[in-house]
Design a protein around this ligand. Sequence first.
Ligand code: UDP
Ligand code: MG
Length: 348
Amino acid sequence: MTLGSDVSRLSTSGATAAALGLSIVVPLYNEAAGLALLHERLIALAVALRQRYGLASEVVYVDDGSADATLSIARGLAATALDVQVVSLSRNFGKEAALMAGLDHARRGAVLFMDGDGQHPPDLIEKLVAYWIDDGYDVVYTAKAHRDNEPALRRLAVHGFYALINWGARQKIPEDAGDFRLLSPRAAAALRQLPERNRFFKGLASWIGFRQIRVDYEPAPRAHGMTTFSATRLIGLSIEGLTSFSVAPLRLASLLGLLLATGAFLFGLSILWETWVDGKSVPGYPSLVVGLMTIGGVQLIMIGIVGEYIGKILSELKARPIYFVAEHTDKRADIPAAATEPERTAAE
Ligand code: UDP
Ligand code: MG
């Protein structure tokens, strides 16, 4: 029995990489307004990739329980130049689950994840693909070039989140990295093997290792509608991410406990000093109340943190599926034989 996993047979370079093809996974939640346009842009991209590398592509649209016409529009999209799969989940399971459903259904070698709201520019994909095929990178992730237009408080919160989650970690999650990323066939295979149900995709994609590279870009404004991630939802997601990915909060709890205990011990010593050496009688009531409240408060917070982890253990133990597919359509692209010839030769 081996306890590790060998995905080296999927290592690729140049022409062999292109032969495995590319799956583009797009999670959709109420994206009816921009879907047709996005699909057109992906078709143009597929044509360009086929010409440049002889790369066959498919797109996997995951309808995450949309309430609008997203599903019916997705069903009607033509498989011109690329295969089109539409995976419809039985309800809204959230973006992480939708990404997983897409990864599970992706049939080609490499997998690219992008949002369906037009914020992730399809034009950048050619560049990401070039890093994989030409330069042999396994995880090509994009990151916001800057956060200048975000409020200072939010930037501070993001900074604190990454400091905590990366605390003591061997493989740091890059700050500002988004879900727009490309995984080579072996990296995608590795990601599929991680068995946990509570998934923090960004963290896992970084944790698997391999050759990773960062590409900076400027996210476009949302093509329509509003973001589904409000401040409260982002905080919830951060707690999810932290507790499903790292034990840093538990360590913080121990550290805080240690600090408090040391403080209490020193305080006790100083009281002894005052009564024995200085001969003063220390007024006890206020210090007692402050001490009680501090310890009580800290203990409640720590129980809350431990509770979060117990909740995670419970949900892993129940082992429920993380999504249900209610409907799946699959259209194969109709490509004339001449179009499958790459411009480049295999020797390149
Ligand atoms: N999304 C999803 N399920 C959800 C929420 C969002 O599949 O429950 C999709 C959404 O359709 C979009 C992507 O996840 O393609 C990112 O969502 P959004 O634009 O709201 O997030 P932001 O870009 O603000 O991070
Ligand atoms: Mg968005």
